[in-house]
Write a protein that binds this ligand. Structure first.
Ligand code: C2E
Ligand code: MG
Ligand code: MG
Ligand code: MG
Length: 291
């Protein structure tokens, strides 16, 4: 028994020291290396936030948003790790996984499209078009159900290269959205110069819409621009009923935000979509349940 105990103690001491050593190394290891490890062991996953038709409240599509569940640090925000993934180049393999996973998850959801954020660094990679084509082919998702959300950063780097790639992507049938519209320097000129289908109004303008600071005027101007250019406009970051009411009055056709739904894991998305389809089939199911 004594021998057993000392052996066990020995093992405990050994594992204590090795853990401490591990932590020391981990502290020095860059977050980029942590990301590489996290990708290989499957710590990244996607959530999906529905985009609703303003008047019918029908879900037309969902935006895929990447998440990182770090074993020690907990959930790390994409606002923190995407810039790092871009600097280290890891956004290329991560972005490929995001595209393939989003297409596979949404393909079985009848009538629902998916939008995926694409980084400027992914546009530098020669394989982007081939990856999108194969994500569509493997999932069976029609190109018209995939929308790529880009910011003006994609177009600023090398506009002519971006133009070529966007042309090839559009030949696959995919749609193109200008994300965070209004926050950049030249999004207005890019809007006319590239074949965008959708404008996403940055949530900073939606947050100001009820105030006296002219936020609503800016949103109305963007909606007018969308109408004249024949583009669909989505309002991001809708958080209050007041904002939703003003957007409906100003004829903003599509809304996205915490008021309607937060980003959710894929099983909850499937339940939500199945529930919505059921409610459409049986219009008074809810009244019966309430009675
Ligand atoms: P984004 O593409 O503009 O995404 C919208 C962000 O607003 C998401 O934050 C979403 O959770 C958040 N949001 C949605 N509704 C509301 C609301 O009502 N109020 C507030 N306050 N926020 C709302 P998230 O998921 O933290 O992502 C932040 C940014 O990180 C994204 O901004 C996008 O630029 C980037 N990102 C996220 N996922 C990906 C991805 O898969 N690939 C790439 N390249 N970038 C991504
Ligand atoms: Mg986006
Ligand atoms: Mg945005
Ligand atoms: Mg953004």
């Amino acid at each position: 028994a004594a021998l057993y105990r000392s052996k066990q103690d020995g093992r405990n001491i050994y594992s204590y020291y090795s853990l401490e050593r591990h932590e020391r190394i981990a502290a020095h290891r860059s977050l980029a290396e942590e990301m590489r490890r996290g990708i290989s062991v499957g710590e990244f996953f996607l959530e999906y936030q529905p985009r609703y038709e303003t008047n019918s409240r029908a879900i037309r599509s969902v935006e895929a948003l990447v998440r990182w569940a770090h074993p020690e640090r907990g959930r790390i925000s994409p606002a923190d790790f995407i810039p790092l993934a871009e600097r280290s180049g890891l956004i290329v393999p991560l972005g490929e996984w995001i595209l393939r996973t989003a297409c596979q998850t949404v393909a079985p959801l009848d009538g629902i499209g998916v939008s995926v954020n694409v980084s400027p660094v992914q546009f530098r990679d020669d394989d982007l078009v081939a990856i999108v084509a194969s994500a569509l082919a493997e999932s069976g998702l029609a190109g018209s159900r995939l929308e790529l959300e880009i910011t003006e950063g994609v177009l600023m780097e090398d506009a002519e290269r971006a133009r070529g790639i966007i042309g090839e992507l559009k030949a696959l049938g995919v749609k193109l959205a200008m994300d965070d519209f209004g926050t950049g320097y030249s999004s207005m000129s890019y809007l006319c110069d590239f074949p965008f289908d959708v404008i996403k109004i940055d949530r900073k303008f939606i947050a100001d819409i009820e105030g006296s600071g002219g936020g609503r005027a800016v949103v109305q101007a963007i909606l007018g621009l969308g109408r004249s250019l024949g583009l669909s406009v989505t309002a991001e970051g809708v958080e209050t009923n007041g904002q939703l009411a003003l957007l409906a009055r100003d004829q903003c056709r599509e809304v996205q935000g915490y008021l309607l739904a937060r980003p959710m894991p894929e099983d909850r998305l499937r339940d939500l979509v199945a529930g919505a389809a059921e409610a459409e089939d049986e219009p008074d199911a809810r009244d019966i349940a309430a009675a």
